[in-house]
Every structure is written in structure tokens, then in C-alpha cells.
Write a protein that binds this ligand. Structure first.
Ligand SMILES: [Fe+2]
Length: 249
């Protein structure tokens, strides 16, 4: 590990990335995004919930800043829709946006609203939370999606979401749900944000491979996906790590 605690990114050339099969490429990327200091896989916040050492003020700050990020990044999904030249992919994006903004497919609610309902169960003031501002570690992730959506090909931010984040959700959120029930006494009806994502994100590992095999085919495209997905996972780690900035037990 480096001095900053992050395992240095495996240095693979653009040509090597271009020569890999889609599965080899996605496996390498997932491996890089699972290292300490990246993404949500085995994040200290998760192990802390499992140990019961994350305090309520910490859980509330995490929920507030995670909520603000997932709410504020939705317009950038819309930007990917505008940029994507493939009708079939755009159709999928519209469905995903409808689900994120309305809960249309799972017959639930807007995903940010579901997270706020969880916030209510841990004593947060829901209306006050809507008006909060993002702290730098949260804002940076949101703004990185703005950057990727505006300055990189449309499949780059989608790969960052699908490969770097969502493919880790089923395992991570399963652990989070178990820990929140066992150590914090949260009831099922307040955990819908987490439980619905466990099901919704189950297939995203395979979808990532499919997207890379169809669209990220040139060495240059592979390199853009590789670099941006790793950076996204590092910024995401920092967002989840915000809980350490407030009161410990
Ligand atoms: Fe969601």
C-alpha cells in the first residue's frame, strides 16, 4: 500500500487493456476497485456496522451525505442519455431514471426518498436533511460524474457505475442490512433502500462485461474506462469514510 493507504493502481498499458477479453478487463478492474481505499467492498463503515461501533451521529452523517450525492447525481444520468447514440441503451437509461426518480419498476419510491425514510428511522430530521449541503468528499463524487458525463464517452460513467459500484452492491448491502437489524434494531420497512438495491443490482456484474464487450472496444476507450472507474471508486470510498469525521463512541 502507498503512504496514503491506497494500493497503487496496477499499471497496465493502453495496449494491454485493449488486448484483454472483456471478462479479463472487467475482472482486473473489479480487483483494483476492491482494494483498501477504494469503493464499498469491505469498507470500514461496513465492518464498523457489523461490529456495532459506528455511532448514531456517524450513521446520520453518512446517510445525509450519501443521500445528497445520490439525489444530486441523477441529472448526470440524464446527460448520459442525451449523449448516447444507441436507442436500445437509451431505452434502458430511461427505465433506470424512472426507477431512480419514481420507483416505477420496483413499485417503491424515488431512491433518494427511500434513503431519507431510513434516515427518519435513525432520528434524522428529513426536511432539514433535504436542505443540507454536500461536504467536499460527497461533492467530489457528484462532480466527478458531471465531469465523466460531460467530458468522456457515454459508456465511461456507465461503466464506472456498473463495474466500479453496483457490482459490489448485493454483497455489501446484504451485510449492511444484517448489521442494521442486529446492532441498531432497524425494522424491515425502514430498510427498503438497501433491500431493493440488493435485488436491483444483482445482474450488474454481467451487464458491465456486456457493455465493455460492445462499446469499450478500442485500447483508448478501455483506458478511459479503466482510469475513470478506479478514480470513481476512490472518491466513493472517501464519501463513505465521512462518518469518521464525527463523534466516536
Ligand atoms: Fe438507486
Amino acid at each position: 500500500m502507498s503512504e496514503s493507504g491506497i494500493t497503487p493502481i496496477k499499471n497496465v498499458s493502453q495496449q494491454e487493456l485493449g488486448g484483454m477479453t472483456p471478462k479479463q478487463f472487467v475482472d482486473l478492474l473489479r480487483d483494483n476497485c476492491s482494494k483498501p481505499g477504494r469503493g464499498m467492498a469491505n469498507h470500514p463503515f461496513v465492518t464498523g456496522l457489523e461490529a456495532g461501533t459506528v455511532t448514531l451521529p456517524q450513521l446520520r452523517l453518512f446517510t445525509e451525505q450519501f443521500y445528497l450525492h445520490i439525489r444530486n447525481m441523477l441529472p448526470w444520468i440524464g446527460e448520459i442519455y442525451v449523449k448516447c447514440p444507441h436507442e436500445d441503451v437509451r431505452t434502458v437509461l430511461v427505465k433506470q431514471l424512472a426507477e431512480e426518480c419514481l420507483g416505477t419498476i420496483t413499485n417503491t419510491k424515488a431512491h433518494p426518498e427511500l434513503l431519507l425514510e431510513f434516515g427518519g428511522a435513525i432520528g434524522m430530521d428529513i426536511e432539514a436533511t433535504r436542505k443540507k449541503e454536500q461536504l467536499p468528499q460527497s461533492r467530489k463524487v457528484t462532480e466527478y460524474f458531471e465531469f465523466m458525463s460531460g467530458c468522456r464517452p457515454w459508456f465511461v460513467p456507465l461503466s464506472a457505475i456498473g463495474i466500479g459500484l453496483e457490482s459490489f452492491v448485493p454483497d455489501t448491502f446484504t451485510r449492511v442490512v444484517a448489521a442494521l437489524k442486529k446492532n441498531y434494531g432497524i425494522k424491515d420497512d425502514k430498510l427498503v433502500f438497501y433491500t431493493m438495491h440488493i435485488l436491483a443490482d444483482q445482474d450488474h456484474g454481467d451487464e458491465g462485461i456486456e457493455m465493455v464487450s460492445k462499446y469499450a472496444v478500442t485500447p483508448e476507450a478501455r483506458k478511459q474506462v479503466y482510469d475513470c472507474t478506479v478514480v470513481t471508486s476512490e472518491l466513493y470510498f472517501d464519501l463513505w469514510n465521512l462518518y469518521t469525521t464525527v463523534g466516536k463512541a
